[in-house]
Design a protein around this ligand. Structure first.
Ligand code: HEC
Length: 143
């Protein structure tokens, strides 16, 4: 349903609606299902080599995101794994990644605290990061 909405409405409105919707959803959804005991991260298989076109995404991720989200998005003591089913595309669309980098994230799924806005990362960098994370998620069988 989110997918068809995004195809038929003007971008700006969609983006803000989507965000509100995602936030609302994730809060009510997680309370019902998993907030007290988040499921363990699903790790990406290391067997398959990273496609060359995603290397830049990996490097950019390592520069801006891995200090909290961990090598290969596995999470650290400072932030959650992004290779996790709550961050699959239907629950956290690509726009959620752009918003997270541009504005930061108010803590709502985890107990790591807020994510700060990330200085110096451009939207096109985040697009590359998303490509890399989606690939890791697919390797882990998340979608
Ligand atoms: C200083 C630590 C830190 C850094 C650096 C960081 N994050 Fe986060 N990020 C977090 C924390 C903590 C959360 C979890 C907030 C919560 O409780 O839901 C989070 C959540 C997210 C989410 C989920 C957003 C949502 O709507 O729930 C995305 C997507 C994300 N980060 C992407 C990124 C990307 C992309 C980068 C690099 C450009 C990055 N993060 C860098 C700490 C960080």
């Amino acid at each position: 349903m989110k997918i068809s909405l995004t195809q038929h409405m003007p971008n700006k409105i969609i983006i803000s609606l989507c965000c509100l919707f995602l936030l609302g959803c994730s809060e009510s959804g997680s309370n019902a299902q998993s907030s007290s005991a988040p499921s363990p991260p699903i790790l990406a298989s290391e067997a398959k080599p990273l496609p060359a076109e995603l290397e830049e995404g990996e490097a950019t991720f390592n520069t801006f995101c891995s200090r909290c989200h961990g090598p290969q998005g596995r999470g650290t003591n400072n932030g959650p794994p992004l290779v996790h089913k709550i961050y699959e595309p239907n629950h956290h669309a690509d726009m959620a990644f752009q918003q997270a980098a541009a504005r930061g994230v108010r803590a709502h799924h985890w107990k790591f605290g807020n994510m700060p806005k990330i200085e110096g990362v451009k939207p096109e960098d985040v697009t590359k990061i998303i490509g890399y994370i989606r690939w890791l998620q697919r390797q882990a069988g998340i979608f």
